[in-house]
Design a protein around this ligand. Sequence first.
Ligand SMILES: *[C@@H]1O[C@H](CO)[C@@H](O)[C@H](O)[C@H]1NC(C)=O
Ligand SMILES: *[C@@H]1O[C@H](CO)[C@@H](O)[C@H](O)[C@H]1NC(C)=O
Ligand SMILES: CC(=O)N[C@H]1CO[C@H](CO)[C@@H](O)[C@@H]1O
Length: 475
Amino acid sequence: MADTHDNLHIVMLPWLAFGHMTPYLELAKLMAGKGHRISFLSAPRNIDRLPKPTPDLTPLISFVKLPLPAIEHLPEGAEATSDLPYDKIQYLKKAYDMLQEPVARFLESSDPDWIMYDFAPYWAGSIASRLGIRSVFFTILIGAGLSFIGPSRDSKGGDYRKTPEDFTRPPKWVPFPTKVAFHHFEIKKIFDSVTGNASGVTDVYRLKASQENCDIIALRSSYEVEPEWLTLLKDIYAKPVFPVGQLPPGDPDSRGETETWRLIKEWLDAQKNGTVVYVAFGSESKPTQTELTEIALGLELSGLPFFWVLKIRLGSADSELIMLPDGFEERVKGRGVVWDSWVPQLKILAHNSVGGFLTHGGWNSAVEALSFERALILFTFLADQGLNARLLEERQIGYSIPRNESDGSVTRQSVAESLRMVMVEEKGRVYREKAKEMRPIFEDKDIQERYVNNLLNYLKDHRPVKHPKSKGIII
Ligand SMILES: *[C@@H]1O[C@H](CO)[C@@H](O)[C@H](O)[C@H]1NC(C)=O
Ligand SMILES: *[C@@H]1O[C@H](CO)[C@@H](O)[C@H](O)[C@H]1NC(C)=O
Ligand SMILES: CC(=O)N[C@H]1CO[C@H](CO)[C@@H](O)[C@@H]1O
């Protein structure tokens, strides 16, 4: 057990997306479990929606609510990306950037040792160094994704890649052969993150400035999964790089002990072992009407049992309504379920009836699926999902449903064929076996513990020297 003078106070500043807050909170819990104090900063409604840590950790993790300023075009009450359609997220970033003053005031008054910040608050590193606080750029990108973004800006302050095509090839600093790059349709959809948006700052700029302004870089990765990418990162960044492990989910959310879970479990219990496809695209991805139709008809055509969590609206400002094909639910009745509200995803993935997971390729979902040996079928929507999918494809840990390279369109036939292949056919055995093989690598608690200890040792050894009472122990 650590001495009290060894204990750190760490501030966490994740981007306002549940896919980011969740791994930050998992890491916070692991660190608090070793006696360190965490201040977790987010907008009020996000904090209310996050699962509560267990009572033993409650005294060590304080949630700090920072209200977002009201700005034009940002719907009232929207505090996370999942509250918004894609084209409004630029305003969430703009509002978030206006938290620089409140964050600076919090850091000044609470005097932490370290801050761990995400790509969106790229400004946190400079604020911290001004105040004598050390900083970690903690990105939820995996090693392949962070490598793809690449080293600091070139001399003109930009990236050599100017067109969407440039992002469909591995960048020039990757010395080994790899498929990790965007498909044309993936980068086209998010190209504004390269060219700019309402916040006046591009995501690529945020990522690169975050790397430049921090003392060290941490990322959600492990040598067991991405050895070559982690080695590359150490070469391309002139600062320490720490993988924090895969952050496998802790115990299933206690919010799952509800009527919702009782109903879902009853249905899953009635299915055969390993046969159900669980379908969910994360909190902020929504298929277009055409995609929805083809995915639905593909599921129908596959003949497989499925449980589909379908978000048909991204917040109240989302005006693009989507609908299941006529008569679909009637035709798949008994074999398939479509669920339109929150579910305890971990409990579903842990259920033995589930054999595969049709997912958007968000890394949280991949880690959760692989922790329970579920085979992965991938259909990407946004952000880094394409890069995650390429790494999983390259390792034969996941299979991406074939799509039109230029517009991303998909047919019901390819949805059905992909699902059948990965779930039941001989040709797809490799994906089912890889999922089993990955389990110990993704969910091993000792491996996870080693990564966190390694990072914590560094944070302790390099804490700012400003605590008179701890001077005595510096050797
Ligand atoms: C169901 O599958 C799991 C592996 O997913 C296995 O451990 C378990 O023994 C199986 N149960 C039955 C009843 O076949
Ligand atoms: C893919 O989409 C493009 C653009 O919509 C279209 O011109 C092309 O014919 C499609 N390719 C195939 C093989 O369907
Ligand atoms: C101010 C600004 O540059 N806005 C751009 C943000 O991104 C959208 C989507 O690509 C563009 O249409 C806007 O012009």
